[in-house]
Design a protein around this ligand. Sequence first.
Ligand code: PEP
Ligand code: MN
Length: 345
Amino acid sequence: MLVILHPGTDPELSARVLTAIEQMGGRPVPMTGYNRSAILVEGDRSRVDPRRLRALPGVEDIISDAKPFRRAARESVSEPTVLKLPGGLTIGGEEIVIMAGPCAVESAGQLLETARAVRAAGATVLRAGAFKPRTSPYSFQGLGVEGLKLLAQVRSETGLLIVTEAMDVETLEPVAEVADIIQIGSRNMVNYSLLKAVGRLNKPVLLKRGMAATITELLLSAEYILSEGNPNVILCERGVRGFDSSTRNVFDLSAIPLVHQLSHLPIIADPSHGTGDRHLVPAMARAAIAAGADGLLIEVHHQPDLALSDGGQSLFPEQFSTLMRDVHAIASLLGRRVAAAELVP
Ligand code: PEP
Ligand code: MN
């Protein structure tokens, strides 16, 4: 970090900047140039707050070299993180993991039918919310603990792994008992107590981008989980709010290569919530794989027209099978493969 001082800054003011840096644990190294001066900050910069320095009289600019997220940063490890999932699956390496299923668990029949369909098409993880964060309190809120029981049953009947959302700290424990991957939804990306709580578990966490979150904020939320000791974080791009209501969200495809540039963590794509329209989902799913996504989260329903939530963006099983063929083709072009587990039974 370099603190640039205004030309001709009073020595008393520069001394105050030096003291502030020392107070925050850094080691200031004054550098005097021909017509301006600067202070290089060395030593432990972890507590040196650039905003506090920028506000001091005499300071013109701060040139920061450090990323605010440390554990999530690409430079913090030598290789991209490859997470091990149950059933011998990996995510973040060569394998592309396909997670598919209904928005919500609605009934035993709906869940099993849809699970069988996505499994037949080649998905290895079943997605479905038992606890649903709905925009309106009058919309279907999910089956709760009953839904978790159905998820556990379907896992033992199909062998599919389960990704399901934990909405709050109070219900995290029952969710974590059933989930192979705990989903933290868009609305909870900044629920820091929930992030810390999943950070204390040893289960993979699927962290979705908040609907108005920057990439830096997404990575800082991941940092909360990592810094509590859980290294198993999978990020998810699911679109951000835009000004145009033609699509539900603006699906940010560039987030995928950008996150790979900035972080060692895997990132998957959710084009279902990203677009909100089943006619747009396959194209965006193919594009996400082409952009380097480590997996997909796709809403599929055996009868989307009857779905209790997100029916309009849920694929029919046949559409999902067609998409899977394309995903295989794109993956192999890129030297990757779609993960296939030994699904028991
Ligand atoms: C979901 O995946 O069902 C969901 C609620 O998504 P998001 O948190 O991205 O809105
Ligand atoms: Mn949904």
